[in-house]
Design a protein around this ligand. Sequence first.
Ligand SMILES: [Zn+2]
Length: 224
Amino acid sequence: MNTSNLIPFALNDHGLMVSVEDVPSGAACGCICPSCNTPLIARKGQINRAHFAHDGHQQNADTFCSYTPERSVELMILAQLKEPGQVIHLPDYFLNNHQITSRKSWDIEGVTESQYDGAIIIKGTSLDISFHRVSQYQAIKSKTALLVLDVAQFIETLQPANYKLQIQQLIEKHHPAKCYAWHKRQTLPKYACSKSIPKHLRERPVNPDKVNRATIVIGGVVKK
Ligand SMILES: [Zn+2]
């Protein structure tokens, strides 16, 4: 069975994003869907990996609600980026044919909205983030750099345990789902991810609704 369509993260009754592993089973999890505010149940059976599902009393809610595993990962990443003391490992970029590797982790000083899915502040500079690969045309609109956290790719590699830890590792460690779509200091080609992007994605026009749908969790409250 393909389990990549299972939802690992949801909002608890304090308005915080939590992993299904960290809540009681069933309706006792006390979680709601961030998209439709319907109560969720935590399914922790023997067959499928643990996941959240809409409460069956809301019939077909899973069909009609837009809350996807991808969206749950995006919200969890944003919540994790806002954790006090959170650090990030930045991917390589290229300068005059030299591969520049960041050997240290950088403190995240804040998270703000941007024309993409958000932005993080590092040493007083804003670094744009996107949760999906964007066209070169979209990427070069970033003033400093555009960091891609490729949620679709991340979910394909998601192991069926320690979901939250895997989110932390995506942020803090070297990870194949993380790259620059654009870096101001990078010499040609400035579009760092381009080699690994399938041709049909490179040429696909970007849906501006998707690029601008930044949802930020501030103080545990989801702002849209
Ligand atoms: Zn929902």
